[in-house]
Each structure stands twice: as C-alpha cells, then as structure tokens.
Design a protein. Structure first.
Length: 388
C-alpha cells in the first residue's frame, strides 16, 4: 500500500481501524523545534470520536504515545514516531461485510486489489480512523509553521444545504487579499468546541447540527464542504507542472477518506467569469508586490504569490448508513441486501476540519523545506558534563 507521502518531510502511516494500534513516522523534521505535546493532544481531540452527539458513539481518547524523535521536548533530527492504541473496537459488527461489500466504501475494491486478504473490520487501513495519526503528524507541522508566522485554519462552509454565509461575506471581498477577521476565527473555534460545528454563524451551525441529526434519525448521512486558509506563506514557494502548491495540497488531501473534490481560490466559479473579472491586479504594500484581490487563492503557476492560500474540499456523505442497501454476496456470487451494523458518523465533515488543517500544514512545510525557505533554529550551546 502506498501509505507514504512527502519529498523532504516524509510521512508514513500504519495500522488498521481495529488493529492493536495506529500510528505514524514523520521523517525530515528539522532539529531544534520545540514541540508542545499538550497542545498537540488538544489539536487531536478536535478530531477524536465520541465528543459530540453528532459524532459516532465510538469513543477513543486518541492518546498519543511518542516513541521517538524528541529529546527534552524538542525535535532532535531523528524520525518522529508515535502510536495511538485502539481501545474501543467491535469487530463482530463487520463480519457480514467481509463477503457483502458496503456500497460507497472501499470493501469491494480492497478485496479485489489484495485478493481478499485485506482487513475489513472497521474498514481496515481504508478507515477514517487512520486520519488520527495524520492529524498527529500535521499537528507537528502546524507548530513548526507557527514559529515562522504561518497560520493554517479551516472552517465549514456548508453541511448538506445549510450554508454559513457569515464567513462568505467576511472573506470574499474584492477590496483586499482574501482575509478573515481574527475575532471571526475565534468565533468559529468557539462554535466548534461548543456545538461541534466550525462555522462562524451560530444559527447556521445550529441548523447544520439539525441536518445531521435529522439524517441520523432517518438512518442516512450528509456531506459538506470545508474551506482552509493559510496566512503568512512567503511568495515564491513551489514549482510548476507537477510540484505546484496545488498539487502538493491535493495529493495529501485525497489521502483523507471521503474527500471527493478540491478547488483553489475562486475554483469552479472561475469557469463562469471573464479574464477581466478573475485576474488579480498587482499593487505595492509595505514596499512589496502583492495581489490586490485573491481570486487565484494565493497561487499562480504552482507558486505562492504571498497572498493567503485558499482551498476547499468537498466531503461526501458517510457511506456507512443503517438503511438497507443493495449489494452482492461475493461468496455465493448472488444479489444480496445489507444493513450495516457498527458505529458511524452521520456526517464526517465536523471531525474532518482539523484533519484538513493537518494535511495542508504537512504539504506547506514540505514545500518550504524543499525550497530552503524554512530557517533552521540556532544550534544549542554545548553544556559542561556537570550541567548534563
């Protein structure tokens, strides 16, 4: 399985949904970066299951056990390795799907690809559970980027048909590069903590919650859209053709199960504009050239413009629903019906917000490291033997 990504900053993810544990190895982190493990654990808690009534009832603390890569709380140049033990599994819920693949899930393709030797319990290596170690690795990248003055934050634009128009009105402005007020970011974080929905408008968040609960009551699910913004990226990072910033973000983002599409800047809407409407004029601010608008989403020719990088991910409805669905019995090669058992999110979108931030942070830090834009910290002074 191709469970590795990155060029300079290389991430490998291991484990299955119901294996003893899941984890990651992140190689290429510069030495000398202070890591706040408590902050990292809080970041992972945003993704953890069972924290809100709109989430799956499967509860996992997602406690991260660091195996290597840190010394005295600072990156030491060795690969960062960590494991998260699975503590609440019910593999019996998945016995039927070993021969009756779930519609919309990877059960069928995995069985064909791996000769039916794949682990189907909980979706195995294809499960959204594997976004936990991705979030852990991305949390490290976020802390490294913060020390460079780069901030990455995502929010939900809509769930089902419930749209958060408040953030749209705040950030889709033609008067300045794509920005969002700090107080609005704080409001989004507050609504995520209290309601489980990272939206700016409280009423929109409440309606989105109701849409999720309604779908759950009907044994169904809903999808949505997550928008992510990175502020502070310097101009000139990235490469054309195959190693552009869009390519890098897209590659790791599609490693998040349920992602069905990605767009940058004005995205698909650009196809309905004229060049005179979509082109970002240039101006000078603080003696630097900067786009005056940001329809391009902070990227031209695969290279950063210095404006905020903006991208959106379309998240499909959770495929594991409790309604009876048509499938086949692969053991008897006959038509069959399936009622999926187990504990599943009626909407993946709320818990995917920090995962999107993590994926973006990993892609951006990898690009910065490859282009030599990440400034290494100063060497630690040598200490006398009596001080060690």
């Amino acid at each position: 399985m191709s469970s590795m990504t990155g060029k300079v900053l290389q991430l490998s993810i291991f484990g299955q949904s119901h294996s003893r544990g899941i984890g990651c190895v992140l190689d290429g982190l510069p030495a000398g970066i202070p890591i706040d493990l408590e902050r990292l654990q809080k970041f992972m808690a945003r993704r953890a299951p069972g924290t809100h009534t709109i989430n799956t009832p499967r509860k996992e603390a997602d406690t991260l056990e660091v195996l290597g890569g840190l010394s005295d709380g600072v990156t030491c140049g060795a690969p960062f390795a960590a494991i998260i033990y699975n503590t609440n599994t019910r593999s019996s819920d998945y016995q039927e799907i070993a021969q009756k693949p779930r519609p919309g899930h990877a059960d069928f393709t995995a069985a064909i690809r791996y000769g039916n030797w794949n682990d189907s319990a909980g979706g195995g290596h294809f499960s959204g559970r594997l976004t936990a170690p991705l979030t852990a690795a991305g949390g490290l990248a976020l802390q490294a980027l913060t020390q460079m003055g780069i901030r990455v934050q995502a929010h939900i634009t809509h769930i089902g048909n419930e749209r958060d128009k408040a953030s749209d009105q705040a950030i889709m402005s033609n008067e300045a590069p794509y920005t969002i007020p700090v107080d609005l970011l704080e409001t989004i974080a507050q609504h995520e903590a209290e309601l489980g929905i990272a939206m700016a408008n409280e009423q929109a968040a409440l309606r989105a919650r109701e849409a999720i609960l309604q779908a759950a009551s009907e044994k169904d699910s809903v999808g949505g859209m997550i928008e992510c913004i990175a502020w502070g990226m310097p101009a000139g990072v990235g490469d054309p053709i195959f190693d552009g910033i869009e390519n890098r973000i897209a590659r790791i983002s599609f490693g998040i199960p349920a992602v069905r599409g990605i767009e940058f800047g004005y995205g698909m809407q650009a196809s309905r504009l004229r060049g005179s409407e979509h082109n970002d004029p240039f101006g000078i601010q603080d003696k630097e050239v900067l786009p005056l608008t940001n329809f391009a989403g902070g990227i031209l020719g695969g290279i950063t413009t210095g404006a905020p990088i903006v991208w959106r991910l379309a998240i499909k409805p959770t495929p594991s629903i409790a309604q009876e669905q048509r499938t086949v019995d692969m053991a008897t090669m006959s038509p069959a019906h399936l009622r999926i058992q187990g504990r599943h999110d009626p909407c993946i979108v709320p818990r995917a917000v920090p995962v999107v931030e993590a994926a973006g942070a990993l892609a951006l830090l990898d690009a910065l490291l490859e282009d030599g834009c990440y400034k290494l910290p100063a060497s630690r002074p040598y200490r006398a033997a009596s001080e060690v």
